[in-house]
Design a protein around this ligand. Structure first.
Ligand SMILES: [Zn+2]
Length: 260
């Protein structure tokens, strides 16, 4: 084998490794996390010296699991952020009302839980604005927190979201305990307990399947973490704790930093 052939083989060998390890590949981004995080376009977590974290619940509301989760949050005086699906807001308005009444925060998770990677920007705007309009009826001032289903994004959607003043909120990369795959109560709880850091954003689900494991895991982690000194706050409360975000964020977020 000649020197050139060996070079080519080496190169071919590294291509799959490069694709696999490139962080931008994970969510279909054109650029990497650092690029979007520094611009304040996307939030994964909010580094802080305080012992606080934000628990988020996607895909709800759900008539069985959402009330159970709200009961547990109330028991431990914890606040959370619910990323709601628009058509479920219409179906269960009393649950949305209860979420707000008990001090939790609402975010936007599209109207039909559509994957954003393949859709047109017009469809994205329809999904996002329709849901935001529904949320507005329950929550003021308008926060425009947006979480894409499955974390799926592309650079066009990110740009349009920014123009429309949506703030894209994902989750800490080490705080997806995969509760949606029902791996068992202990696995969900232990994952959160072993990976939690100050400013973590934890991903859980209160709908989209059987969430009884999520409910039980929540009941396990909250007393333990509170005993360790953690406080659970909403996403915007967490954002406000880091001055860097207050400076970087778009017009929508500035409204939150100084609510009228
Ligand atoms: Zn979802």
């Amino acid at each position: 084998m000649g020197l050139n052939q060996r070079h080519i083989l080496c190169f071919l060998y590294f291509i799959p490794l490069l694709i696999f390890y490139c962080p931008s590949h994970v969510y279909g981004f054109t650029f990497n996390r650092n690029y979007y995080e520094l611009k304040g376009d996307i939030v994964w977590e909010v580094p802080t010296n305080e012992k606080v974290a934000a628990i988020t619940f996607d895909d709800g509301p759900h008539p069985v699991y959402t009330p159970e989760i709200l009961d547990i949050l109330k028991k431990y005086h914890a606040k959370a952020t619910f990323f709601l699906i628009g058509n479920r807001i219409e179906k269960y308005p009393y649950l949305v009302k209860r979420e707000v009444k008990e001090g939790h925060e609402l975010g936007n998770h599209t109207y039909t839980h559509v994957s954003l990677r393949q859709i047109s920007y017009l469809k994205f705007l329809d999904e996002a604005n329709r849901t935001e309009h529904l949320i507005e009826a329950y929550q003021r001032p308008q926060l425009k927190l947006f979480r894409p289903p499955g974390g799926g994004l592309n650079s066009d959607i990110i740009d349009i979201a920014k123009i429309e003043n949506f703030e894209i909120i994902l989750w800490s990369w080490d705080q997806d305990p995969r509760d949606w795959a029902t791996p068992g109560v202990d696995r969900i709880a232990n994952h959160i307990l072993t990976h939690i850091r100050n400013g973590s954003i934890i991903l859980l689900h209160d709908s989209g399947g059987n969430r009884s494991q999520t409910v039980k895991a929540l009941d396990k982690i909250l007393p333990k973490l509170q005993h360790e000194g953690y406080h659970f706050i909403t996403v915007t409360e967490l954002l406000r704790m880091n001055p860097r975000y207050a400076e970087l964020f778009n017009f929508g977020l500035k409204n939150i930093v100084s609510p009228q």
